[in-house]
Design a protein around this ligand. Sequence first.
Ligand code: FAD
Length: 289
Amino acid sequence: MESQKQFKRRFSFEFFPPKTDQGKEKLQAVRNQLAEVNPDFFSVTFGAGGSTRDRTIETVLNLHKQGISTAPHLSCVGGTRAEIGELLDVYKENGINRIVALRGDLPSGMGASGELRYANELVEFIREHSGDHFNLEVAAYPEFHPQARNAEEDLKNFARKVQAGANSAITQYFFNADSYFYFIDRLEKMGITIPVVPGIMPIVNFSSLVRFSDMCGAEIPRWIRKQLEAYGDDSDSIRKFGEDVITEMCEKLLKAGAPGLHFYTLNQAEPSISIWKNLGISDREKIAF
Ligand code: FAD
């Protein structure tokens, strides 16, 4: 973990772009609550294949102009260089200076994979098109990407993104801090020393967590799964247990030198804010670990 300790810690919250007016109002309220704790930035997801293109742009620009730096996610699958270039220009013109660059997953049955096949090609293209204007974040997988041929190949593919010009990375969520420590150790042995910020998924709903984790290859440890199962419909107990488990994991990560945390909020303020407050992050200078 030595490589990670040199970086200034940064803390961020991720949203998805709302579809309805009601969703927009809710996100505005969530934004206001989260803005109070003064995060370093917000980020907004992008539906692979461009399905949320306009909503992502609208949400990013709206959040950004309200004073907290906001980073769009941008996935290349299903897109052309011209379309991606156009999007980069819109963001640059509007003062956006950070992008989360991804391959994305095309929904099944949705056309060809596009001109850029992998995230390393997207990073390369962004550097060609926009030079060093954007700070580029890429995805990292401490438990390895579900489609990776094997762990070694996945690490090499991560290295390609760094070689192409990524500045830092955000991880897929995980519930086992050791997978993150091991991942960083492997990167250090490969000479890769960019900041790799743990992605944190608050636990609020058991069935959606299981569905989501199966899809993205995040393992829910047996002891957590069993305890959540035992709570059944008791959502207060699930929330409380989830908050304790995630707070403890975050403490462990920060103590070991993780360079910040990125919260997958699912457009809810309360679960992330409770963990944030437990950790005392707002007072970054005095943070105990
Ligand atoms: P890549 O880095 O391209 O890797 C994908 C797979 O291909 C891996 O198995 C890798 O080992 C392999 N691979 C990579 N490069 C090569 C190569 N050159 N040759 C052969 N194999 C290769 N999805 C969305 O649709 N929208 C979002 O907004 C979004 N936000 C995300 C944010 C974060 C922080 C994370 C962790 C994930 C996010 N995702 C999002 C999900 C992501 O798009 C999927 O996990 C997707 O399957 C992989 O994207 P990637 O950028 O990691 O792809």
